[in-house]
Design a protein around this ligand. Structure first.
Ligand code: PLP
Length: 374
């Protein structure tokens, strides 16, 4: 199996699993809110994991709220905005942002300038109103990998005194993180960096007003009720530690492999190719081929890729990201997303490019050649 769908989710790292397992056994039995020594031991572990995560994110002066993932984190901040206040975001955002914004009455959705894969800071500036209460923008697009100019948007947000929420999911583990001054909150997800599914966090500026999405007990300073998922939090910290090790070399390797794949393919269109992109993502249109069929053929040959984002591809709708980038529908239908991880090998990339460059693509043929090399 060659797994090139790492923007959907990544394999849990064995070392992360071991760290989580150590928490789940009796040693750290307690609920972190319990006053007895078991609870206090667990609390110590929680605080340690929290500090480690903030350290790896270069955000020790920020606070952190653990959530069930980035979807919950993004929803929490968006739903903290008063109902009538104005929000500026883009039409390229993940469904976690777009769907949450639907419950708000005044949202400006910016489309990128023709052919581009991100929103220019000037577009955001022009869309601001006197009562704009939040700017929401992803650091990197999960479908194309195109990076947004978060630094410039943060500067603008700071000058205008407007809270700025960043969807940081697609940049974690793909480059060093430093949270610009004007960013009020940034959401991450553990399962995109070989951590556990169902775990994420909001890293936010101390003092930021957050309205709890989940009510109940007083956990996490009353901002998110429910017993903390300690083993997953520890797993997240371990996943970040591993992602931070040799980060520069890992990023350079992924980029090299991604570029090697693109260069090997000849007559294709790579969406967002001329813009700054994260190192692991390539969204490629295979002119004249049907993306869904190609995806199934690759699957039969043991290769997992994606047709748009995982959450939308079940419904096999045309990618809203490519549509809003004004890509022609035929080209969208012929597009597939390849997303690499630090575990992707040169042999895997070469195998996939051989599969894709052979004109007579019949799965059986590749199943037999696959068995000889994998
Ligand atoms: N934002 C982006 C860019 C994503 O790719 C995803 C997941 O695919 C999310 C948000 C939601 O993250 P989670 O799965 O942790 O809820």
């Amino acid at each position: 199996m060659i797994y090139l769908d790492n923007n959907a989710t990544t394999a849990l790292d064995r070392r992360v699993l071991e760290a989580m397992h150590a928490v789940s056994i009796n040693k750290y039995l307690g609920n972190i809110s319990s006053p007895h020594s078991y609870g206090q031991k667990a609390r110590h572990l929680f605080l340690q994991a929290k500090k480690e995560i903030l350290t790896f994110l270069n955000a020790l002066d920020h606070d952190i709220l653990f959530t069930s993932g980035a979807t919950e984190g993004l929803n929490t901040i968006i739903q903290s905005v008063p109902d009538k206040a104005h929000i500026v975001t883009s039409s390229l955002e993940h469904a976690a942002v777009l769907e949450s914004c639907k419950s708000k009455s005044r949202v400006t959705y910016l489309d990128p300038k023709s052919g581009r894969g991100s929103i220019a800071p000037e577009q955001i500036e022009q869309a601001l109103l006197p009562d704009t209460a939040l700017i929401v923008c992803m650091a990197a697009n999960n479908e194309t990998g195109v990076l947004s100019d978060i630094v410039a948007i943060a500067q603008l947000a700071e000058q205008r005194g407007i809270p700025f929420l960043v969807d940081g999911v697609s940049i974690l583990g793909k480059g060093s993180i430093s949270i610009p001054q004007g960013v009020s909150a940034i959401c991450f997800s553990a399962h995109k960096i070989h951590g556990p599914q169902g775990m994420g966090c909001i890293v936010y500026k101390k003092g930021m007003k957050i309205r709890p999405l989940i009510c109940g007990g007083a956990q996490q300073r009353g901002l998110r009720a429910g017993t903390e998922n300690l083993s997953a939090i520890v797993g997240f910290a371990k996943a970040l530690e591993l992602a931070s090790r040799d980060l520069e070399e890992t990023v350079a390797r992924m980029e090299l492999l991604r570029n090697r794949l693109e260069l090997s393919l000849g007559n294709v269109v790579v969406h967002g190719k001329d813009e700054p992109r994260v190192c692991n993502t390539s969204n490629i249109a295979f002119r004249g081929r049907d993306g869904e069929t190609l995806l199934m053929q690759l699957d039969l040959a043991g290769v997992a890729v994606s047709y748009g984002a995982a959450c939308a591809s079940q419904s096999l709708q045309l990618s809203h990201v490519l549509q809003n980038m004004h890509v022609a529908p035929d080209l969208i239908r012929s597009s597939l997303r390849f997303s690499l991880s630090r575990e992707t090998t040169l042999e895997e990339i070469d195998y996939v490019s051989r599969l894709l460059t052979v004109t007579d693509f019949t799965p059986n043929k590749f199943v037999s050649s696959a068995t000889s090399s994998y």
